[in-house]
Design a protein around this ligand. Structure first.
Ligand code: WQD
Length: 343
């Protein structure tokens, strides 16, 4: 399918990343024309080959940094976007504690630059990549969007909370922007074609890529960070959502913004499955689905981990007309297929 002149163009910053690349696929499948801006600082150019194999066509991309004002302005002049999905951000929780200014500078400046360029070039619709990390350890579960945000557990998490406020205040100042901040829970899995997936740089911080690398023999064993929590089996609970379900939620968010006649609007929406799963159940499900016996040990808690968090997704169901449809088993099968492909 070649780019057709009349498909609405969507700027996808960080479009070569894990969630960004899967969203590019869903955008094309929904009749949009994605334009990727990515400096490949946390992704690989090979993702573009994977996208070409899935889509049977090239996707326009600009190898630029979202903080480069002249490069971004030139891109807005060169394209005529009807919307933006802003993924580009540093997202390593641990690194953000070591290098907070790098995170505040990169994650906040890139957002503010977009918010300045949007009214200048008549781009009204913004979908922003936020995170459930803004909830910290919620008092009540499942978390709804009115659950109060708690002080961030990391500078990374703080950049997401501050970004939400920057967008809200910009909209309140009556800039002609309609924005939705999607608070992700735990994205996992890979495209069923195994042409794109998660590419953790270095030692994975996240659970599922560490599981698949252990199963592939890249890591000798997985350490479960604590089994003395107040949960059914003592391990932490999270809401693991298939990355393609998450990608499709972005398309729905964009559609709803495009359909809205408001001059300016801002809202936040939880994007999860609504189900909480323990770490040990992730391991058990992975072993059942793949037939691989995982080598793991129980270690000490990881500082900063919340005990349990999972989403109330009724707002996403109603407002976006969207529900996560893929099971945990499917997520883990897809993650494993991808790991086998890249190993
Ligand atoms: C999940 C569970 C760990 C690794 C983070 C960010 C969040 C978002 C998703 C960016 C926890 C346990 C993990 C391991 C383990 N990122 N675990 N052994 O911490 O819920 O969320 O990633 O937006 O903002 O905070 O995800 O996958 O790191 O951990 O036992 O080797 O798995 O303790 O309970 P987390 P995670």
């Amino acid at each position: 399918m070649n780019p057709t002149g009349n498909s609405p163009k969507i700027l996808v910053t960080g479009g070569a990343g894990f969630i960004g690349s899967h969203t590019v696929v869903s955008l094309v499948e929904a009749g949009f024309e994605p334009v990727i801006v990515d400096d490949f600082s946390n992704s690989e150019r090979s993702v573009l080959d994977g996208l070409r194999k899935i889509l049977g066509r090239d996707v326009t991309y600009y190898p630029a940094n979202c903080n480069d004002a002249s490069a971004m302005e030139a891109i807005f002049q060169n394209e005529s976007f009807t919307g933006i999905i802003h993924f580009a951000a540093y997202k390593a929780v641990g690194e953000s504690v070591q290098q907070p200014l790098k995170y505040y500078r990169n994650n906040l400046d890139s957002l503010m630059l977009l918010l300045e360029l949007m009214p200048k070039y008549g781009v009204q619709n913004l979908v922003f990549s936020s995170s459930c990390t803004v909830y910290g350890q919620p008092e009540h579960l499942p978390v709804t969007e009115s659950t109060p945000r708690l002080p961030a557990q990391s500078p990374y998490g703080n950049t997401k909370a501050i970004s939400e406020d920057i967008i809200r205040d910009t909209v309140t100042a009556n800039q002609p922007i309609k924005a939705l901040a999607l608070r992700y829970f735990n994205p996992v899995g890979a495209h069923p074609s195994a042409e794109i997936g998660e590419l953790p740089l270095g030692v994975p911080a996240n659970l599922v890529p560490f599981i698949t690398q252990t199963a592939a023999g890249i890591r000798p064993s997985l350490t479960v960070y604590g089994n003395d929590y107040n949960t059914p089996d003592g391990t932490c609970i999270r809401d693991y959502i298939h990355v393609v379900d998450l990608a499709e939620a972005h398309v729905q968010a964009l559609r709803k913004l495009s359909e809205s006649s408001a001059n300016a609007s801002y809202d936040v929406i939880n994007i999860g499955t609504g189900r909480g799963e323990t770490v040990l159940n992730i391991i058990k499900t992975f072993e059942q689905e793949t037939g691989v016996t995982l080598n793991y040990t129980i270690g000490p808690r990881r500082p900063g981990d919340v005990e349990q968090v999972y989403a109330d997704v009724s707002k996403a169901n109603q407002m976006l007309d969207w529900t996560a449809s893929r099971s945990l088993a499917e997520s883990l099968r897809d993650a494993w297929r991808w790991q086998q492909k890249i190993s």
